[in-house]
Design a protein around this ligand. Structure first.
Ligand SMILES: *Cc1c(COP(=O)(O)O)cnc(C)c1O
Length: 729
């Protein structure tokens, strides 16, 4: 691997630990890590958009030298490095401390996207953040996991909105030198290059690594000069609309990914495919075993018993289906090495309900022993959708379970809320024990005024950030003043603030709140009890319909009739998400049921005491308890469903939400509101954390899959040892 010693040649020896630290995203979810970089160079931290690699690259040696003689800084440095080193101890953590030989229990996790930090734009939305949060949590739990994904050099769509409200964003090239990623090199210092089988002409992969605490994430890069020009762009962008290119991407991710782990000598016993995109990894694992002398039947049985598959898509059209013709083109020469006929392969990927092509989800479902959806409701929807694969089974016996998604608490909790308020009222160990329900009962000990004041401050911060973006935009690009108005300059920290921020996809119904303009105008413009709405989100570049929805929202934000009480904030990313989930008063979610498999942004909000107003879909069916937010009782099917759902939301706003928020006592606090905030927080910690989720994957799936792997490795003999092996979990 590329020596980390080559990085930051100007870094003084006394603080050389910053190399390891800057290249490990550990800092991103440990406030003391972020604070250290901020202390080193407050302005640089801000200008680098909280990216320590970029910040240190831009600092000169003199400034760095000066830091080494700053007693205050050095004290922090020593403290943070000690914390970091003890965190990185491989034998510490929930999993390692309970399992006999944790190093033999490695899981390989494959996903097409990862949302880890805004400095690494390898995500489109929820699927990516789910994967990113999962990697962080596995690191915290000491679960030995390696991950594989794509390096999208053009991953980042910088969103800009034209004066007529059209998204005209451009893809921004990732600045690799200044990102916390490292290229993997061989002994001679050349990039390691791996040839993907299957592809003709061949494709060569280079590999980058991101260190996520103890978890290594390998990112595939196809931009090597050794590739034909049209192959260099395979990993350029997430989710291209071109099906052939998409198939090539998925071959590179799944098959190429397995080749990379093999090349790097990474041993693992269990494969976890996050969504169908990487499912060809299953084939390559089988091929490895066939090459090693196993029959196809044995190899596929072994692989199946050690494969976990998570589906995320309740929409039939959301699953990748490749034509048989395309499959022939790419798999013709691969199949013989598998000892598998064309018909057999195609049968594995056949969806009887839509037999027109090779369905990646059907394939993954058939080839994994452990399958899950991502919420209770999504489990039901998935069993129904995939019942044709198990025609002999009753609907409730279709073998797709559910493990509800969760969010990584240290990543999404506001630092002040966690370090100051929770530390005081929940005890200093709350974060280590945050999946214990008992701890969260202590939330009731927090005085209402403390929570209310804290939240008011967070709201002011969020609005200040939004105004700062608007100001910069006006200053830099001299934008149309109406556009500047639309981006939130008139937001008022005293007004009840709703937030709606997520990918603009039509099933998420971003324009639902605009259904009845007259009624909405009355709600937002009430002079005594005003309401404001902050919208943010990107449309996929090739999705005209979503761009039109975005345009509608933007035009509403520009509309004088709303008096600046509706804002559209450009360029939604992880950083803006942080401000919004900490700082708005109500998180709005109104997808078209049952299209939201889970949804996770609402969990980030409720964790911070921002209750959700949501249609009963996805995780909210499990989360809502009548006291911790508001549920829009779905209107049910029908042509005017949108109008009826919108009316239900306006009703809730007019009758419940607005009156409760403004029902302020003499002490300036709405105690009724604080009670809802507390209920929201109490529900999230134990129920919807990534910790609960990762433990469930371990206890329900990984454990059994690892046992199956050990059984095959030992020829089925030492079966009796397995009980002890996982006795602790
Ligand atoms: C959490 C998150 C998402 C996912 O939100 P959903 O509620 O699942 O739509 C998307 N984008 C960003 C930036 C996020 O942080």
């Amino acid at each position: 691997m590329q020596g980390i010693k080559d990085k930051f040649p100007h870094l003084p020896e006394k603080i050389s630990g910053l190399r390891e630290l800057a290249y490990n995203l550990w800092w991103s979810w440990h406030p003391e890590g972020r604070a250290l970089f901020k202390l080193l160079n407050r302005r640089g931290w801000y200008l680098s958009n909280h990216n320590p690699v970029k910040m240190i690259n831009r600092m000169d040696r003199g400034t760095l030298e000066a830091a080494t003689s700053d007693v205050h800084f050095m004290r922090h440095y020593d403290y943070v490095m000690a914390r970091f080193e003890s965190y990185m101890n491989p034998s510490i953590g929930w999993f390692c401390s309970r399992v006999a030989q944790p190093e033999k229990c490695r899981i390989a996790y494959f996903s097409a996207e990862y949302g880890l930090h805004h400095a690494l734009p390898f995500y489109a939305g929820g699927l990516g953040f789910l994967a990113g949060d999962f990697l962080k949590e596995c690191s915290d739990l000491g679960l030995p996991l390696v991950a594989v994904g794509f390096m999208y050099p053009q991953g980042y769509l910088r969103q800009m909105i034209s004066p007529d409200g059209w998204q005209v964003g451009a893809c921004e090239m990732l600045d690799r030198e200044n990102a916390p990623i490292r290229k993997m090199l061989d002994q001679n210092g050349d990039p390691i290059t791996i040839k993907v089988p299957v592809m003709d002409p061949p494709i060569y992969l280079e590999v980058w690594m991101v260190q996520v605490g103890k978890t290594s994430l390998y990112l595939i890069d196809t931009s090597s000069e050794a590739n034909e020009p049209w192959n260099r762009v395979i990993s350029d962008r997430l989710y291209t609309g071109d099906l052939e290119q998409r198939l090539r991407q998925e071959i590179v991710l799944g098959i190429g990914g397995v080749c990379i782990l093999r090349h790097l000598g990474v041993d693992y016993s269990v494969l976890h495919c996050n969504e169908g995109h990487p499912a060809f990894a299953i084939l390559e694992r089988i091929r490895e075993k066939v090459e090693g002398g196993a029959s196809y039947a044995d190899a596929s049985q072994q692989v199946r018993s050690t494969t976990v598959f998570t589906t995320h898509t309740p929409v039939p059209a959301g699953h990748d289906v490749f034509s048989y013709q395309l499959m022939d083109k790419y798999f013709g020469s691969y199949l013989p090495t598998l000892d598998l006929s064309r018909d057999e392969l195609f049968r594995l990927g056949m969806n009887p309900a839509r037999p027109e092509g090779f369905n990646m989800t059907a394939f993954a479902l058939r080839c994994s022993a452990y399958r899950n959806a991502v919420s209770k409701k999504h489990g039901e929807v998935s069993r129904k959708m995939w019942q044709p694969l198990w025609p002999e089974l009753a609907l409730d016996k279709v073998p797709i379970e559910h493990i509800t998604n969760g969010v990584h608490v240290p990543t999404w909790i506001d630092r002040r809320l966690g370090d100051v308020i929770f530390n005081r009222y929940l005890g200093r160990t709350w974060l280590e024990e945050h999946d214990q329900p008992a701890i969260w009962q202590l939330i009731d000990e927090i005085p209402d005024s403390v929570l209310w004041e804290h939240h008011r401050f967070m709201k002011e911060m969020a609005i200040a950030k939004i105004r700062e973006r608007a100001r910069n935009k006006w200053r830099q690009s001299g934008s149309d003043p109406n556009n500047v108005m639309a981006s939130g300059v008139l937001l008022d920290p005293a007004a009840l603030t709703l937030g709606f921020a997520r990918r603009f996809a039509s099933y998420k119904r971003p324009t639902l709140l605009l259904q009845d303009i007259a009624r909405l105008t009355r709600i937002v413009s009430d002079p005594w009890r005003p309401v404001q709405i902050i919208f943010a989100g990107k449309a996929h570049q090739d999705d005209l319909q979503s761009k039109q929805l975005l345009q509608q929202v933007f035009n509403a934000a520009k509309d004088q009739a709303f008096g600046g009480r509706i804002a559209f904030v450009e360029d939604y990313d992880e950083l803006l998400a942080q401000y919004l989930v900490h700082g708005v008063d109500v998180w709005v979610n109104n997808p078209l049921p049952p299209m939201e498999a889970s949804g996770t942004s609402g969990m980030k909000a409720t964790l911070n005491g921002v209750p959700q107003l949501s249609v009963l879909d996805g995780w909210w069916i499990e989360g809502y308890n009548g006291k911790n937010g508001w549920a829009v009782q779905g209107a049910g099917e029908g042509p005017d469903r949108d109008a009826r759902d919108a009316a239900a939301i306006y009703d809730l706003l007019e009758k419940d939400i607005v009156p409760l928020f403004y029902d302020v006592d003499e002490d300036g606090v709405s105690h009724g509101w604080a009670a809802v905030m507390k209920e929201a927080i109490k529900m999230t910690g134990p129920g919807f954390s990534a910790r609960r989720m990762a433990k469930e994957y371990t206890e329900r799936f990984y454990r059994k899959a690892l046992e199956a792997a050990m059984k095959t490795d030992s020829g089925g003999e030492r079966g009796s040892a397995k009980g002890d092996m996982f006795g602790g979990i």
